[in-house]
Design a protein around this ligand. Structure first.
Ligand code: NDP
Length: 382
Protein backbone atom coordinates (compact mmCIF):
# COMPACT_ATOMS: atom_id res chain seq x y z
CA UNK A 1 0.00 0.00 0.00
CA UNK A 2 1.30 3.50 -0.95
CA UNK A 3 1.43 6.08 1.83
CA UNK A 4 -0.58 9.17 0.75
CA UNK A 5 1.35 12.40 0.50
CA UNK A 6 -0.17 15.52 2.14
CA UNK A 7 -1.16 16.76 -1.37
CA UNK A 8 -2.98 13.54 -2.46
CA UNK A 9 -4.69 13.36 0.97
CA UNK A 10 -6.09 16.92 0.63
CA UNK A 11 -7.26 16.29 -2.94
CA UNK A 12 -9.02 13.04 -2.01
CA UNK A 13 -10.67 14.60 1.09
CA UNK A 14 -12.00 17.61 -0.89
CA UNK A 15 -13.42 15.30 -3.59
CA UNK A 16 -15.14 13.13 -0.95
CA UNK A 17 -16.59 16.25 0.75
CA UNK A 18 -18.04 17.44 -2.59
CA UNK A 19 -19.51 14.02 -3.23
CA UNK A 20 -21.09 13.93 0.23
CA UNK A 21 -22.44 17.45 -0.15
CA UNK A 22 -24.34 16.97 -3.40
CA UNK A 23 -24.57 13.22 -3.77
CA UNK A 24 -22.80 13.32 -7.14
CA UNK A 25 -19.48 14.33 -8.45
CA UNK A 26 -20.70 17.88 -9.43
CA UNK A 27 -19.29 20.90 -7.61
CA UNK A 28 -21.35 21.98 -4.54
CA UNK A 29 -22.81 25.51 -4.69
CA UNK A 30 -20.51 27.88 -2.78
CA UNK A 31 -21.60 28.89 0.71
CA UNK A 32 -22.74 32.53 1.12
CA UNK A 33 -19.67 34.38 2.30
CA UNK A 34 -20.10 36.07 5.71
CA UNK A 35 -20.35 39.55 4.13
CA UNK A 36 -23.18 38.50 1.78
CA UNK A 37 -26.63 37.24 2.87
CA UNK A 38 -29.37 35.63 0.78
CA UNK A 39 -31.65 38.48 -0.38
CA UNK A 40 -34.92 37.44 1.32
CA UNK A 41 -33.56 36.17 4.64
CA UNK A 42 -36.35 36.37 7.27
CA UNK A 43 -35.03 37.46 10.65
CA UNK A 44 -37.19 36.86 13.74
CA UNK A 45 -38.83 39.98 15.14
CA UNK A 46 -37.32 41.28 18.39
CA UNK A 47 -40.21 41.66 20.83
CA UNK A 48 -39.16 44.03 23.60
CA UNK A 49 -42.09 43.32 25.92
CA UNK A 50 -44.73 40.63 26.09
CA UNK A 51 -47.92 41.04 28.08
CA UNK A 52 -47.94 38.66 31.07
CA UNK A 53 -51.34 36.98 31.38
CA UNK A 54 -52.83 35.15 34.39
CA UNK A 55 -55.29 32.45 33.28
CA UNK A 56 -58.22 32.12 35.69
CA UNK A 57 -60.03 28.76 35.73
CA UNK A 58 -58.22 25.65 34.50
CA UNK A 59 -61.00 23.78 32.71
CA UNK A 60 -61.31 22.30 29.25
CA UNK A 61 -60.91 25.48 27.23
CA UNK A 62 -57.96 26.76 29.30
CA UNK A 63 -56.06 23.46 29.29
CA UNK A 64 -56.82 22.21 25.79
CA UNK A 65 -56.76 25.42 23.78
CA UNK A 66 -55.68 28.61 25.55
CA UNK A 67 -52.57 27.50 27.45
CA UNK A 68 -51.13 25.59 24.45
CA UNK A 69 -51.86 28.67 22.27
CA UNK A 70 -49.33 30.80 24.19
CA UNK A 71 -46.64 28.93 22.26
CA UNK A 72 -47.92 30.64 19.10
CA UNK A 73 -48.21 34.13 20.64
CA UNK A 74 -45.80 36.90 19.72
CA UNK A 75 -46.88 39.48 22.27
CA UNK A 76 -48.52 37.51 25.10
CA UNK A 77 -46.99 35.10 27.60
CA UNK A 78 -48.46 32.94 30.33
CA UNK A 79 -47.51 34.49 33.69
CA UNK A 80 -49.76 32.94 36.35
CA UNK A 81 -52.58 30.47 37.03
CA UNK A 82 -55.63 30.91 39.25
CA UNK A 83 -57.58 27.80 40.22
CA UNK A 84 -59.74 26.15 42.86
CA UNK A 85 -57.61 23.02 42.52
CA UNK A 86 -54.08 23.89 43.55
CA UNK A 87 -52.61 20.45 42.86
CA UNK A 88 -53.82 20.67 39.27
CA UNK A 89 -52.59 24.25 38.95
CA UNK A 90 -49.13 23.40 40.32
CA UNK A 91 -48.91 20.46 37.94
CA UNK A 92 -49.81 22.72 34.99
CA UNK A 93 -47.31 25.34 36.20
CA UNK A 94 -44.50 22.79 36.25
CA UNK A 95 -45.51 21.53 32.79
CA UNK A 96 -45.34 25.00 31.24
CA UNK A 97 -42.22 26.17 33.06
CA UNK A 98 -43.83 28.47 35.65
CA UNK A 99 -42.75 28.42 39.29
CA UNK A 100 -45.57 26.53 41.12
CA UNK A 101 -44.84 28.47 44.33
CA UNK A 102 -44.75 31.97 42.77
CA UNK A 103 -47.21 31.73 39.88
CA UNK A 104 -50.17 29.76 41.31
CA UNK A 105 -53.09 31.41 43.13
CA UNK A 106 -56.33 30.16 44.64
CA UNK A 107 -59.57 32.13 44.10
CA UNK A 108 -59.27 33.33 47.70
CA UNK A 109 -55.78 34.74 46.98
CA UNK A 110 -56.88 36.27 43.63
CA UNK A 111 -56.35 39.85 44.87
CA UNK A 112 -52.67 39.05 45.51
CA UNK A 113 -52.19 39.27 41.73
CA UNK A 114 -52.12 43.02 42.36
CA UNK A 115 -48.63 42.71 43.83
CA UNK A 116 -47.33 40.52 40.99
CA UNK A 117 -45.66 42.86 38.53
CA UNK A 118 -45.07 39.91 36.20
CA UNK A 119 -48.83 39.85 35.53
CA UNK A 120 -50.17 42.66 33.32
CA UNK A 121 -53.54 41.14 32.45
CA UNK A 122 -56.04 38.46 33.39
CA UNK A 123 -57.89 35.98 31.12
CA UNK A 124 -61.20 34.89 32.70
CA UNK A 125 -62.14 31.33 31.62
CA UNK A 126 -64.66 30.56 34.37
CA UNK A 127 -68.34 29.53 34.29
CA UNK A 128 -70.51 32.36 32.93
CA UNK A 129 -71.95 33.21 36.36
CA UNK A 130 -68.44 34.16 37.57
CA UNK A 131 -67.33 36.37 34.63
CA UNK A 132 -68.56 39.69 36.02
CA UNK A 133 -67.29 39.21 39.56
CA UNK A 134 -63.79 38.09 38.54
CA UNK A 135 -63.52 40.77 35.84
CA UNK A 136 -64.42 43.54 38.27
CA UNK A 137 -62.09 42.14 40.96
CA UNK A 138 -59.37 41.92 38.28
CA UNK A 139 -59.74 45.62 37.50
CA UNK A 140 -59.45 46.36 41.22
CA UNK A 141 -56.06 44.63 41.07
CA UNK A 142 -55.06 47.14 38.39
CA UNK A 143 -54.88 44.55 35.60
CA UNK A 144 -56.32 44.55 32.06
CA UNK A 145 -58.98 41.87 31.48
CA UNK A 146 -59.74 39.50 28.62
CA UNK A 147 -63.04 37.78 29.44
CA UNK A 148 -64.58 34.74 27.77
CA UNK A 149 -67.96 34.91 26.05
CA UNK A 150 -70.75 35.28 27.00
CA UNK A 151 -69.48 38.44 28.68
CA UNK A 152 -71.80 37.97 31.68
CA UNK A 153 -75.28 36.79 32.56
CA UNK A 154 -77.19 40.07 32.12
CA UNK A 155 -76.86 43.42 30.37
CA UNK A 156 -76.77 45.00 33.84
CA UNK A 157 -73.62 42.99 34.73
CA UNK A 158 -72.06 43.93 31.36
CA UNK A 159 -72.57 47.62 32.14
CA UNK A 160 -70.95 47.18 35.55
CA UNK A 161 -67.92 45.51 33.93
CA UNK A 162 -67.58 48.34 31.38
CA UNK A 163 -67.83 50.92 34.18
CA UNK A 164 -65.20 49.06 36.23
CA UNK A 165 -62.79 49.08 33.26
CA UNK A 166 -63.30 52.82 32.77
CA UNK A 167 -62.83 53.53 36.46
CA UNK A 168 -59.62 51.45 36.58
CA UNK A 169 -58.45 52.92 33.24
CA UNK A 170 -57.70 49.43 32.02
CA UNK A 171 -58.65 47.55 28.83
CA UNK A 172 -61.57 45.14 28.69
CA UNK A 173 -61.77 42.73 25.77
CA UNK A 174 -64.36 39.99 25.23
CA UNK A 175 -62.84 36.83 23.75
CA UNK A 176 -64.72 36.80 20.43
CA UNK A 177 -61.99 34.80 18.69
CA UNK A 178 -63.70 34.84 15.26
CA UNK A 179 -63.01 38.57 14.92
CA UNK A 180 -59.33 37.64 14.71
CA UNK A 181 -59.37 34.67 12.30
CA UNK A 182 -59.01 35.01 8.53
CA UNK A 183 -62.13 33.20 7.23
CA UNK A 184 -64.65 35.16 9.29
CA UNK A 185 -62.63 38.34 8.65
CA UNK A 186 -62.83 37.71 4.90
CA UNK A 187 -66.61 37.30 5.14
CA UNK A 188 -66.86 40.56 7.10
CA UNK A 189 -64.82 42.31 4.38
CA UNK A 190 -66.85 40.86 1.52
CA UNK A 191 -70.12 41.88 3.16
CA UNK A 192 -68.94 45.39 4.13
CA UNK A 193 -67.70 45.96 0.56
CA UNK A 194 -70.90 44.41 -0.88
CA UNK A 195 -68.83 42.18 -3.14
CA UNK A 196 -71.90 40.07 -3.94
CA UNK A 197 -74.35 42.97 -3.71
CA UNK A 198 -76.71 43.57 -0.82
CA UNK A 199 -77.27 40.85 1.77
CA UNK A 200 -80.79 39.40 1.73
CA UNK A 201 -80.74 36.73 4.43
CA UNK A 202 -78.45 34.82 6.77
CA UNK A 203 -78.68 31.27 8.10
CA UNK A 204 -76.50 30.35 11.09
CA UNK A 205 -76.48 27.22 13.22
CA UNK A 206 -74.25 26.14 16.07
CA UNK A 207 -75.10 22.80 17.65
CA UNK A 208 -73.33 20.02 19.54
CA UNK A 209 -74.04 17.09 21.85
CA UNK A 210 -73.28 18.07 25.47
CA UNK A 211 -72.58 15.26 27.94
CA UNK A 212 -73.36 15.69 31.65
CA UNK A 213 -71.93 16.81 34.01
CA UNK A 214 -71.12 20.12 32.39
CA UNK A 215 -71.23 23.80 33.37
CA UNK A 216 -73.34 24.25 30.21
CA UNK A 217 -76.20 22.27 31.78
CA UNK A 218 -76.25 24.21 35.07
CA UNK A 219 -78.80 26.92 35.78
CA UNK A 220 -76.81 28.16 38.78
CA UNK A 221 -73.65 28.64 36.68
CA UNK A 222 -75.81 30.21 33.98
CA UNK A 223 -75.16 27.64 31.28
CA UNK A 224 -77.62 27.02 28.44
CA UNK A 225 -77.25 26.86 24.67
CA UNK A 226 -77.94 30.52 23.89
CA UNK A 227 -75.01 32.10 25.76
CA UNK A 228 -72.71 29.18 25.04
CA UNK A 229 -73.13 28.52 21.31
CA UNK A 230 -76.14 30.50 20.05
CA UNK A 231 -74.12 33.63 20.76
CA UNK A 232 -71.81 32.75 17.82
CA UNK A 233 -74.77 32.86 15.41
CA UNK A 234 -76.03 36.10 16.93
CA UNK A 235 -72.60 37.75 16.89
CA UNK A 236 -72.05 36.61 13.29
CA UNK A 237 -75.31 38.24 12.13
CA UNK A 238 -74.10 41.46 13.76
CA UNK A 239 -70.59 41.41 12.27
CA UNK A 240 -71.91 40.41 8.85
CA UNK A 241 -74.53 43.17 8.65
CA UNK A 242 -72.59 45.70 10.76
CA UNK A 243 -76.02 46.54 12.22
CA UNK A 244 -77.95 45.92 15.42
CA UNK A 245 -81.14 43.80 15.21
CA UNK A 246 -84.39 45.74 15.49
CA UNK A 247 -86.81 42.83 15.86
CA UNK A 248 -86.67 39.31 17.23
CA UNK A 249 -88.90 36.30 17.36
CA UNK A 250 -87.67 33.20 19.18
CA UNK A 251 -88.62 29.66 20.06
CA UNK A 252 -87.23 27.65 22.98
CA UNK A 253 -86.75 23.87 22.64
CA UNK A 254 -87.35 22.51 26.15
CA UNK A 255 -86.80 18.80 26.65
CA UNK A 256 -87.84 17.77 30.13
CA UNK A 257 -87.74 14.07 29.21
CA UNK A 258 -83.93 14.25 28.98
CA UNK A 259 -82.36 14.69 32.46
CA UNK A 260 -79.61 16.84 30.90
CA UNK A 261 -82.19 19.54 30.26
CA UNK A 262 -83.88 19.74 33.64
CA UNK A 263 -82.23 23.13 34.30
CA UNK A 264 -81.52 24.64 30.87
CA UNK A 265 -83.30 24.42 27.52
CA UNK A 266 -82.03 21.97 24.92
CA UNK A 267 -82.00 24.61 22.21
CA UNK A 268 -83.27 27.85 20.74
CA UNK A 269 -84.18 29.02 17.30
CA UNK A 270 -84.51 32.73 16.63
CA UNK A 271 -85.11 35.09 13.76
CA UNK A 272 -83.62 38.58 13.76
CA UNK A 273 -84.56 41.50 11.52
CA UNK A 274 -82.04 44.26 10.75
CA UNK A 275 -82.59 47.89 9.67
CA UNK A 276 -81.36 47.23 6.09
CA UNK A 277 -84.04 44.56 5.67
CA UNK A 278 -81.75 41.55 6.23
CA UNK A 279 -83.45 38.68 8.06
CA UNK A 280 -81.31 36.12 9.93
CA UNK A 281 -82.47 32.63 10.92
CA UNK A 282 -80.39 31.15 13.74
CA UNK A 283 -80.40 27.96 15.76
CA UNK A 284 -78.42 26.32 18.56
CA UNK A 285 -78.90 22.93 20.19
CA UNK A 286 -77.16 20.90 22.92
CA UNK A 287 -78.48 17.47 21.84
CA UNK A 288 -77.42 17.41 18.23
CA UNK A 289 -74.58 16.21 16.05
CA UNK A 290 -72.01 18.98 15.58
CA UNK A 291 -73.19 21.60 13.09
CA UNK A 292 -71.44 24.97 12.83
CA UNK A 293 -72.70 26.50 9.64
CA UNK A 294 -73.10 29.97 8.15
CA UNK A 295 -74.76 30.94 4.87
CA UNK A 296 -75.14 34.47 3.61
CA UNK A 297 -77.52 34.94 0.69
CA UNK A 298 -76.75 38.08 -1.30
CA UNK A 299 -78.11 39.70 -4.49
CA UNK A 300 -75.40 38.22 -6.73
CA UNK A 301 -74.25 35.14 -4.91
CA UNK A 302 -74.10 33.08 -1.75
CA UNK A 303 -71.30 32.84 0.82
CA UNK A 304 -71.11 29.51 2.60
CA UNK A 305 -68.81 28.81 5.55
CA UNK A 306 -68.80 25.33 7.04
CA UNK A 307 -67.17 24.82 10.45
CA UNK A 308 -67.85 28.55 10.72
CA UNK A 309 -67.55 28.69 14.52
CA UNK A 310 -65.12 25.80 15.12
CA UNK A 311 -61.60 26.26 16.50
CA UNK A 312 -60.22 25.13 13.13
CA UNK A 313 -61.20 23.62 9.77
CA UNK A 314 -63.21 26.50 8.23
CA UNK A 315 -64.29 25.81 4.64
CA UNK A 316 -65.35 28.82 2.61
CA UNK A 317 -67.28 28.58 -0.67
CA UNK A 318 -68.63 31.37 -2.84
CA UNK A 319 -71.52 30.47 -5.15
CA UNK A 320 -72.20 32.79 -8.10
CA UNK A 321 -73.68 32.46 -11.60
CA UNK A 322 -70.14 31.63 -12.79
CA UNK A 323 -69.93 28.60 -10.50
CA UNK A 324 -68.57 27.65 -7.07
CA UNK A 325 -65.25 29.08 -5.89
CA UNK A 326 -63.44 27.65 -2.85
CA UNK A 327 -61.38 30.22 -0.96
CA UNK A 328 -58.20 28.92 0.64
CA UNK A 329 -56.76 31.17 3.30
CA UNK A 330 -53.92 30.45 5.70
CA UNK A 331 -55.54 29.42 8.99
CA UNK A 332 -54.33 30.74 12.34
CA UNK A 333 -54.57 29.55 15.92
CA UNK A 334 -57.68 31.48 17.00
CA UNK A 335 -56.65 31.85 20.62
CA UNK A 336 -53.11 33.00 19.82
CA UNK A 337 -54.48 35.55 17.34
CA UNK A 338 -57.01 36.81 19.88
CA UNK A 339 -54.45 37.04 22.72
CA UNK A 340 -51.91 38.76 20.48
CA UNK A 341 -54.54 41.33 19.45
CA UNK A 342 -55.34 41.95 23.11
CA UNK A 343 -51.64 42.18 24.04
CA UNK A 344 -50.89 44.56 21.15
CA UNK A 345 -53.72 46.87 22.25
CA UNK A 346 -52.40 46.81 25.82
CA UNK A 347 -48.77 47.43 24.80
CA UNK A 348 -49.58 50.29 22.42
CA UNK A 349 -52.61 51.65 24.28
CA UNK A 350 -54.80 51.02 21.22
CA UNK A 351 -58.54 50.56 20.81
CA UNK A 352 -59.85 47.06 21.54
CA UNK A 353 -61.67 45.56 18.56
CA UNK A 354 -64.11 43.48 20.65
CA UNK A 355 -64.58 45.61 23.78
CA UNK A 356 -67.16 45.27 26.56
CA UNK A 357 -69.68 47.14 24.39
CA UNK A 358 -69.60 44.23 21.89
CA UNK A 359 -70.47 41.79 24.68
CA UNK A 360 -73.17 44.13 25.97
CA UNK A 361 -74.81 44.38 22.52
CA UNK A 362 -75.00 40.57 22.33
CA UNK A 363 -76.37 40.37 25.86
CA UNK A 364 -79.14 42.87 25.06
CA UNK A 365 -80.17 40.71 22.08
CA UNK A 366 -79.90 37.50 24.18
CA UNK A 367 -82.25 38.97 26.78
CA UNK A 368 -84.72 39.85 24.01
CA UNK A 369 -84.45 36.35 22.47
CA UNK A 370 -85.14 34.74 25.88
CA UNK A 371 -88.08 37.06 26.51
CA UNK A 372 -89.55 36.52 23.06
CA UNK A 373 -89.36 32.73 23.56
CA UNK A 374 -90.81 32.95 27.07
CA UNK A 375 -93.69 35.22 26.08
CA UNK A 376 -94.24 33.71 22.63
CA UNK A 377 -94.09 37.22 21.14
CA UNK A 378 -92.29 39.09 18.40
CA UNK A 379 -90.31 41.89 20.12
CA UNK A 380 -88.92 45.23 18.95
CA UNK A 381 -85.39 46.15 20.03
CA UNK A 382 -84.47 49.77 20.46
P1 NDP B 1 -65.02 23.93 32.15
O1 NDP B 1 -66.15 23.46 33.00
O2 NDP B 1 -64.22 22.89 31.45
O3 NDP B 1 -64.02 24.81 33.02
C1 NDP B 1 -64.44 25.80 33.90
C2 NDP B 1 -63.43 25.95 35.02
O4 NDP B 1 -63.86 26.98 35.89
C3 NDP B 1 -63.31 24.72 35.92
O5 NDP B 1 -62.42 23.76 35.43
C4 NDP B 1 -62.82 25.32 37.21
O6 NDP B 1 -61.42 25.50 37.13
C5 NDP B 1 -63.42 26.72 37.20
N1 NDP B 1 -64.55 26.82 38.15
C6 NDP B 1 -64.61 27.66 39.21
N2 NDP B 1 -65.74 27.50 39.88
C7 NDP B 1 -66.44 26.53 39.27
C8 NDP B 1 -67.68 25.92 39.54
N3 NDP B 1 -68.47 26.31 40.56
N4 NDP B 1 -68.08 24.92 38.72
C9 NDP B 1 -67.33 24.55 37.68
N5 NDP B 1 -66.13 25.11 37.37
C10 NDP B 1 -65.68 26.08 38.17
O7 NDP B 1 -65.60 24.98 31.11
P2 NDP B 1 -64.95 25.51 29.75
O8 NDP B 1 -63.50 25.62 29.91
O9 NDP B 1 -65.47 24.74 28.63
O10 NDP B 1 -65.65 26.97 29.65
C11 NDP B 1 -65.23 28.06 30.46
C12 NDP B 1 -65.69 29.38 29.83
O11 NDP B 1 -65.12 29.51 28.55
C13 NDP B 1 -67.19 29.53 29.63
O12 NDP B 1 -67.55 30.85 29.88
C14 NDP B 1 -67.40 29.22 28.16
O13 NDP B 1 -68.53 29.90 27.60
C15 NDP B 1 -66.12 29.73 27.56
N6 NDP B 1 -65.75 29.01 26.35
C16 NDP B 1 -65.38 29.72 25.24
C17 NDP B 1 -65.00 29.08 24.10
C18 NDP B 1 -64.51 29.86 22.92
O14 NDP B 1 -64.33 29.29 21.85
N7 NDP B 1 -64.24 31.14 23.07
C19 NDP B 1 -65.05 27.61 23.97
C20 NDP B 1 -65.37 26.95 25.22
C21 NDP B 1 -65.72 27.64 26.34
P3 NDP B 1 -60.47 25.17 38.40
O15 NDP B 1 -60.65 23.71 38.68
O16 NDP B 1 -59.14 25.53 37.90
O17 NDP B 1 -60.95 26.04 39.52
Amino acid sequence: MVNPTRRTFLTTTAATATLLANGSGDAAPPLAPPDKQPPNLQLPEIVKKKVGIAVVGLGQLALEEVIPAFEHCKFARLAALVSGHLDKARHVARAVGLDPEEAVYSYERYEELKGNSNVDAIYIILPNSMHAEFTIRGFRCGKHVLCEKPMAVSSEECKQMIAAAKHAQRKLMIAYRLHYEPFNLEIMRMCREKELGAIRSIIATNSQDVAAPNIRLSKELRGGPLGDIGIYCLNATRYITDEEPTEVIAYEQANKSDPRFSEVPEGYSFTLAFPSGVVAHCGCNFASAVSRYLRIECEKGVIELDQAFSYRGQQLKIHTAEGIKRLTLTPVNHFAAEMDAFATAVLNDQRIKTPGEEGLADMIAIEAIERSAREGKRLRLS
